[in-house]
Design a binder for this molecule. Sequence first.
Ligand code: CMP
Length: 135
Amino acid sequence: MVEQTLIVIKPDGVQRKIVGAVLSRFENRGFTIQKMKMLTFTTAQAENFYSPHKEKPFFPGLVKFITSGPVVAVVLEGRTGVDAVSVVRSMIGATKSYEAAAGTIRGDFSLGLEDNVIHASDSAENFKRESKIVF
Ligand code: CMP
């Protein structure tokens, strides 16, 4: 069981000034901000971060979008026995924001697919891999 996970508030979330609103959701739920960093992804960092998608047709557009402006990367820590990866994934909602349930972050803040406000690690392995790239 891994009690930590990584989120990245994407360039659309920073540009729309909803960083505080998004982080409040996790703090209100009981997560602690363990690390936080604002950065602008280089192309090499973005290609590495999203390497599981490198064969997908949307990969070039995804890299272009995530490097288009600053992002906020945050390691969130829950509590012992709580799977942070799955709780946080349930809070962000479906990848296609227009299909995300109301009450989720994407469901409440976005209609986008590329510009879907937030990324969250989908496994403990990806949490470790992605964290090394951004921190
Ligand atoms: P994210 O959770 O950051 O993981 C990969 C990202 O690719 C996803 O969110 C979307 O923002 C983006 N993406 C762009 N086009 C697509 C697509 N057709 N299907 C899935 N993800 C896509």
